[in-house]
Design a protein around this ligand. Structure first.
Ligand code: GLN
Ligand code: ZN
Length: 763
């Protein structure tokens, strides 16, 4: 029998039960038992879904209370000293401290959390393992063994999943020098011990994820993979090594040389690679074919997948397993929850549960012949045709407009130095101008207002009055604090992408399409179903209202084309580039309207610009070309005196500094405080000619920076960048913070700028 399985399943639950259970535990409002019971219930539900869909084995170990990389650190005893762990079983609160600094509000052991960063090119964040010199490993948490026991007790056959040792090391960081790979010999025995315990608990397969197989790997790391699995072969469990998020390409030989019982290959991003592995796989090994897109929400073209699978099934027989390309963590749970979505659009979509159904249909067609699934296959075909021909998808006018983009539309005139002079003249800002990144605290009151408006509990007038009150308050606070360039605070936005998705044609938004971003935080990416265009201005009313309250410049706030794409579910029927230009044209119109309404500073946020960078070098240049073009298309239609800002955060910009400069924004604000301004080196080396606002304090922490700390950071920035080109701002938006902290921090920031100005003015 051809097998089917998932690499991982969504964790949050149908009603985000995990989120609520975590947050109430962290707030000290519910017990650890409640949290653990909820987790157990969610795992049981996920296994039930898999088993009911026809998976002979359920996946155990993909569930996590916070993050699966952190889980590995805890299991392996990789707990930095500051968390005060001294051997034995690592407890839950220690794990939460590693993730978020504190486990509960008055946690006496609160300390700095471990760093968090993006999981490959997704918007999921993992907790970075911290390795120290003389790092040792030891089995320090039974959680995985307990979960296998739990599954066995419920009567399931368990395939256990864990992050492979080489990818685990790759994703970590040596805190004070040394090479991570040197840790491998000490790590492998612990993995072996763990696999033995998992086998004893009743697991029958182990899936070890090695997603680094899709990266440009140095030889040493390739060799480490071979070495690792040669050692791990001597354990009782058959191992399936899983790679995903891209083609194996030049790592194909390495993957095939691993002495393991099976390989999982991402056949969605690399159909040829899958065929190559199928041809060359050792004669006893399993091939897990990732043939359903695990990262996007479109219903699969089952007919053509079947055509590709048939020869593979004939050759491999029982050695073929069907699977989604990657863990289903990156898609929402169940499209049938979307009762507000247009039924036609809904029929085009497949979330996690529907993807399992698709696997079932494929298996049935392969094992019992296509006729046995004829009805479902025909229905699938009809849905694909309906999508292809739908007027929702194709808008000839939008396509003509994209085709008519000229090079002149991508070019701001005059060049930066001349523009900068015109803007200095027009704006009359002091040296070291102070500003913020856009959002201000999203209070419970604001969230309730938005919710009540969506559910119809309050009418438009009440809603608008409430929003205006929030905006007026935000403006008044900024005036009182003495900021130079103000913002309206983004109170009306649930999310910086979904807000625009709701207003642009070609986008649909879901009610329950939540995807985990980090810990208990979920996002609800909108779905781009068709050509994108802007039926009406989106932000002008709010910004104009805010501007009417002050004589200081009010920044217009928009989300850039790359971020609008990257944080949505994108179309799979046209290149990203084309969709990016469509969004850019809509933004270009919005910017023109803002300008016409008298807004002279407009910020186009691109926090996902770095995240969207392809994992492989070979594809990066092409991406940077169109991503830059899209930004420039959005922002180049303005007068010389209109100042364009952009903002990026939480990523390493050094590798793409040239592309960032090529955006040609007048001012670029970015996260820099957390890294103590280190990344300014790149800006300083003359590679960034325009103005920069390096963040002067970390907004992820409730700590209030002192004036002196900010002055010190700014002095560091002034040493790297001429003061005429420097701005003063926090690392990122303030929406997750509370008002008292925000006011205190910003007043220190303004004071720091004043002190430095006085110093500069002194003879
Ligand atoms: N303008 C947005 C805000 O201030 C930017 C958020 C971000 O960079 N992720 O919230
Ligand atoms: Zn940011």
């Amino acid at each position: 029998m051809i097998g089917m399985h998932v690499l991982g399943f969504p964790r949050m639950g149908r009603n985000r039960e995990l989120k609520w259970a975590l947050e109430s535990y962290w707030n000290g409002q519910s017990s650890v038992q409640h949290l653990l019971r909820t987790a157990q219930m969610l795992r049981a539900a996920a296994w039930d879904i898999q088993a009911s869909a026809g998976c002979a084995m359920v996946t155990v170990g993909d569930f996590s209370l916070y993050d699966h990389v952190l889980d590995m650190s805890v299991r392996l005893g990789v707990v930095p000293e500051r968390f005060g762990w001294n051997g034995g079983e690592v407890d839950l609160d220690t794990m939460f401290r590693m993730a978020r600094g504190r486990s509960q509000p008055d946690d006496p052991k609160a300390t700095a959390a471990c760093a968090m960063t993006k999981w490959f090119d997704t918007n999921y964040h993992y907790i970075v393992p911290e390795f120290y010199p003389n790092q040792t490993f030891t089995l320090a948490c039974r959680d995985l063994v307990a979960q296998v026991e739990e599954a066995v007790r419920l009567g399931y056959t368990a395939k256990v999943v864990l992050l492979g040792p080489v990818s685990y090391l790759w994703l970590g960081e040596m805190v004070s020098g040394g090479h991570r790979l040197a840790l491998l010999p000490a790590l492998l025995p612990i993995y072996r011990e763990l696999l033995e315990k998992l086998a004893a608990a009743g697991a029958v397969w182990a899936q070890l994820d090695e997603p680094i197989l899709v990266l440009d790997l140095p030889d040493a790391w390739r060799n480490a993979l071979i070495r690792a699995y040669t050692t791990l072969r001597l354990n009782p469990l058959p191992i399936l090594v899983a790679s995903y998020f891209g083609p194996l390409a030049d790592n194909l030989d390495t993957a095939l040389a691993l002495p393991v019982a099976g390989l999982h290959v991402d056949g969605v991003s690399d159909p040829e690679g899958l065929q190559a592995v199928a041809r060359r796989l050792p004669s006893s090994a399993i091939l897990s074919a990732g043939i359903i897109d695990g990262r996007n929400v479109w219903r699969a073209d089952l007919g053509s997948i079947l055509e590709r699978l048939e020869p593979m099934a004939a050759a491999l027989g029982d050695r073929l397993w069907l699977a989604p390309s990657c863990s289903l963590l990156h898609v929402p749970l169940d499209v049938t929850l979307e009762d507000h979505l247009d039924p036609e659009v809904r029929s085009w979509l497949a979330f996690a549960q529907q993807k399992l159904e698709e696997l079932g249909v494929l298996r049935q067609a392969l094992t019992q012949g296509p006729a046995s699934a004829a009805e479902v296959l025909a229905e699938c075909q009809r849905s694909l045709v309906s999508r292809r021909n739908s007027p929702r998808v194709r808008q000839p006018a939008v396509q003509r407009r994209v085709a008519a983009i000229t090079p002149a539309m991508l070019q701001r005139v005059p060049a930066y130095p001349e523009r900068a002079a015109a803007q200095r003249q027009a704006l009359q800002l002091p040296v070291l101008p102070t500003t913020t990144i856009g959002s201000f605290p999203q209070t419970a009151e604001i969230r309730a207002l938005r919710r009540d408006f969506t559910t119809g509990r309050i009418d438009q007038t009440t809603y608008e009055a409430g929003m205006k009150k929030a905006i007026a308050h935000t403006v008044a606070v900024q005036e009182r604090l003495g900021l130079d360039v103000l913002v309206h605070g983004e109170a009306e936005r649930n999310d910086m992408v979904e807000y625009f998705g709701e207003q642009l044609e070609g986008y649909v938004v879901t009610q329950q399409g939540w995807v985990q971003s980090y810990g208990s935080r979920c996002v609800k990416p909108p779905i781009i179903v068709g050509d994108v265009w802007r039926p009406a201005p989106m932000t002008v009313r709010w910004i104009s209202y805010a501007q009417s309250l002050t004589t200081k410049p009010m920044k217009g706030m928009l989300t850039g084309p790359v971020t609008m794409l990257k944080w949505s579910f994108v179309r799979d029927d046209q290149p990203w580039e084309t969709t990016a230009y469509q969004i850019a044209l809509a933004l270009r119109d919005e910017i023109a309207d803002l300008e016409a309404a008298g807004v002279t500073i407009i910020q186009v946020d691109e926090p996902a610009f770095r995240e969207a960078l392809p994992l492989r070098h070979a594809q990066q240049e092409a991406y940077l070309r169109w991503a830059t073009a899209a930004f420039r298309l959005a922002t180049s239609g303005v007068a010389a005196t209109t100042q364009i800002h952009t903002h990026m955060c939480y990523a390493d910009f050094r590798s793409i500094i040239r592309a960032i400069a090529a955006l040609d924004a007048d001012v670029m604000t970015l996260e820099a405080a957390r890294s103590q301004m280190k990344l300014l080196d790149a800006f300083a080396r003359g590679q960034y000619p325009n103005a920069v606002g390096p963040g002067v304090y970390d907004i992820h922490s409730p700590n209030i920076p002192s004036v002196e700390e900010i002055v010190a950071l700014l002095e560091r920035a002034m040493a790297a960048i001429p003061v005429q080109r420097l701005w003063v701002n926090p690392d990122c938006g303030l929406k997750t913070r509370a008002w008292p902290e925000v006011e205190a921090s910003l007043s220190h920031m303004v004071e720091a700028a004043r002190r430095l100005r006085a110093k500069l003015a002194a003879p």
